[in-house]
Design a protein around this ligand. Structure first.
Ligand code: NCD
Ligand code: ZN
Length: 427
């Protein structure tokens, strides 16, 4: 055995004081007593599966003033995330085989952690689904316009989903109906205008279109960043192949809890009412919601400081997601079981990767957490290029040690592997 670690590990839904053995990047044994070539005793600290973020925008290539695969993956790592799936709204957009190959090479060179890539299906590349499937982890469909978006018209959705279902890949959907958004378009001076422009009704219509267009299909369909009671209702009793995601910002903010003209909170779908937020929390806690996804969408401070109407939508969140929710677990707002399911187990299952659980034969992707060590989020200490966070000053519990495939990636503040350590997963 290459290495063994010891501590209070989250195994099969409970904490056990035990040892975990690593061999060739995998978990090779979980036992009361084990001794490898190198043994680390973490004492009373908790050992958890590392997080998997199925929704990030690392902006590479094309918008590397906002982020790149190096800074994005570093930010993820410090936040206890060892695997990310990157969205296609880069430049050139990930809608052709060439663009996907180019992006894979960039990630291969720069990423500190494991990664997968999505291809977008738009009105112009539906015929290429099969070809693209060979090089991507899944597909993204935007049904409404958003930052650098790549749209598919609702009329083409059925055809696209049928083609994708033959590839057995997952489809992630940005569910905001474009004609509904157009109908409500207006000059935006504040978050209320932004919300008026993108009402819950647009999410509901879009979700219903997806349900209708995917009848009889069995491939996985994931509704990204659910944000409203109406969307929630539309999804009640959804088919088994559906899953639902929620972001930290939709769980932590509502339109009443924030400054109404602050562009930091301008995001798509928008931050909505306290009731919407409460409904989403309820869904995250009771299991209706399957996944916590950061929708890490970094923009520079300069870009965000533009007039409200011109400022881009999006919030950086990959580094703060796991730490913020660990603090929620400590406050007993969420159980460990729900958190690990939302951030580790379910994402691994959806993307079909051998991670997300402390179990023999899975990748040895783990984080070590001192549950007594509550800290506060400080933007200047975060690693994203964007340099700001809407969670400034919030309580959080950051991991003290992070392992990827059995290698120590982070210890304290130090990064111990080189850029390019990350591997492509989920092809
Ligand atoms: C995302 C971005 O900036 O790329 N913005 C956002 O508000 N969420 C695009 C998206 O996922 O909608
Ligand atoms: Zn997104």
């Amino acid at each position: 055995m290459d290495r063994t670690i010891e501590g209070k590990a989250y195994i099969n839904g409970t904490f056990e004081t035990c040892c975990i053995g690593f061999e060739n990047g995998k978990i090779s044994a979980v036992k009361k007593i084990l001794k490898g070539n190198e043994h680390i005793d973490f004492g009373h600290k908790l050992i958890l599966p590392a997080g998997i973020d199925i929704h990030v925008h690392f902006r590479d290539p094309g918008f590397i003033q906002k982020e790149d695969f190096s800074t994005g993956s570093l930010a993820a790592a410090y936040g206890g995330i060892t695997c990310v799936f990157d969205m296609p709204n880069t430049q050139p957009p990930a809608i052709t085989l060439n663009a996907l190959v180019e992006k894979t090479l960039i990630a291969k060179k720069k990423s500190f952690i494991d990664y997968g890539l999505y291809a977008a299906i738009t009105d112009d590349n539906i015929e290429n689904v099969e070809e693209l499937a060979k090089k991507c982890s899944g597909f993204k469909i935007y049904l409404g316009s958003t930052t650098n978006s790549l749209q598919l018209s609702s009329q083409q959705l059925k055809k696209a989903l049928h083609k994708i279902s033959k590839t057995q890949k997952i489809t992630l959907i940005h569910a905001e109906n474009e004609s509904c958004l157009k109908k409500h378009e207006r000059v935006e001076h504040n978050l209320k205008d932004h919300l008026y422009h993108r009402p819950s009704e647009c999410e509901e219509i879009s979700v219903r279109t997806v349900l209708e267009s995917s009848k009889d299909l069995s491939s996985k369909i994931h509704i990204c960043h659910l944000s409203s009671c109406e969307g929630f209702e539309a999804l009640r009793g959804h088919p088994k192949n559906f899953s639902v995601g929620v972001t930290p910002h939709h769980l932590f903010f509502d339109i009443k809890s924030i400054h109404s003209n602050h562009t930091f909170y301008k995001v798509n779908p928008p931050i909505r009412s306290p009731l919407d937020r409460e409904t989403l929390w309820h869904g995250a806690i009771n299991g209706f919601i399957d996944v916590l996804e950061s929708d890490h969408a970094p923009h520079t401070l300069e870009e965000k400081e533009a007039e409200f109407d011109k400022a881009p939508s999006g919030v950086p969140a990959v580094e703060t997601m796991f730490p913020l929710f660990l603090a929620e677990v400590k406050k007993r707002k969420m159980s460990f079981n729900r958190l690990i399911s939302l951030l580790c187990e379910k994402p691994a299952e959806l993307l079909n990767i051998p991670k997300g659980r402390i179990e023999k034969s899975r990748d040895a992707d783990l984080i070590v957490v001192d549950f007594k060590e509550m800290s506060t989020i400080k933007s200047e200490k975060l690693h994203s290029k964007s340099g700001w966070s809407p969670f400034e000053g919030w309580p959080a519990i950051f991991p003290s040690c992070v392992f990827v495939r059995g290698e120590k990636l982070i210890e304290g503040q130090e990064i111990l592997v080189k850029q390019g350590f990350g591997r492509f997963v989920g092809e």
